[in-house]
Design a protein around this ligand. Structure first.
Ligand code: HEC
Length: 160
């Protein structure tokens, strides 16, 4: 599942993905139940039927939630955008939300337009080393370069 989620670009919500999710929804809890039951037999009744049901309950609930098309995309492509927004909210919004110190504001097409010409990689490089009144990494040096890139992508997307 993890690999599928990773490449969940435009694929989520396609019939194939839903079929896979449905099959997983049925097969996983059932096979989990069987395995647990087999093991339960050998472990001197340690795993009663009720205990088994309690154990597989989370898997069954996840499986039930999985086929909903709205829930699926959150795992893949949206996760990157989400981390960019988190970094922005935590480390960049103080200046870029208000335009403090002359920072180009989030979603301000006029302020971002000329800068976007540098591309995400060029803007990321400037954000990492700092520019004008902006300190390197917005002053938050614990952020990784990938965090900065995700935040820049979020800001660039908001200005388009
Ligand atoms: C202390 C205020 C401040 C914080 C915090 C801050 N910025 Fe900035 N940022 C600025 C200012 C001011 C500019 C305009 C710099 C200039 O063009 O002289 C700027 C410009 C930028 C640019 C455009 C660079 C270019 O090449 O034109 C990017 C991209 C950017 N910031 C990303 C970020 C990211 C990502 C964060 C959070 C990790 C962040 N900034 C946090 C003040 C800030």
């Amino acid at each position: 599942m993890a690999e599928q989620n990773g490449q969940c670009g435009g694929l989520c919500g396609s019939p194939a993905v839903i079929v896979v999710a449905l099959v997983a929804a049925i097969v996983l809890p059932v096979s989990g139940f069987c395995v647990a039951k087999l093991m339960g037999g050998k472990q001197s009744g340690d795993l009663g039927e009720e205990a088994v049901l309690r154990r597989i309950q989370p898997a069954a609930q996840v499986a039930l939630a999985a086929p909903a098309p709205a829930a699926a995309p959150a795992a893949g492509g949206a996760a990157a955008a989400d981390s960019g927004k988190k970094t922005y909210d935590a480390a960049c919004g103080a200046c870029h939300g208000s335009g403090a110190a002359g920072a180009p504001k989030l979603g301000d097409k006029a302020a971002w337009g000329p800068r976007l010409g540098a591309g995400v990689s060029g803007l990321t490089a400037n954000a990492i080393k700092g520019k004008g009144a902006m300190p390197p990494k917005g002053g938050n040096l614990s952020l990784s370069d990938a965090d900065i890139k995700a935040a820049v992508e979020y800001m660039a997307a908001a200005a388009k």
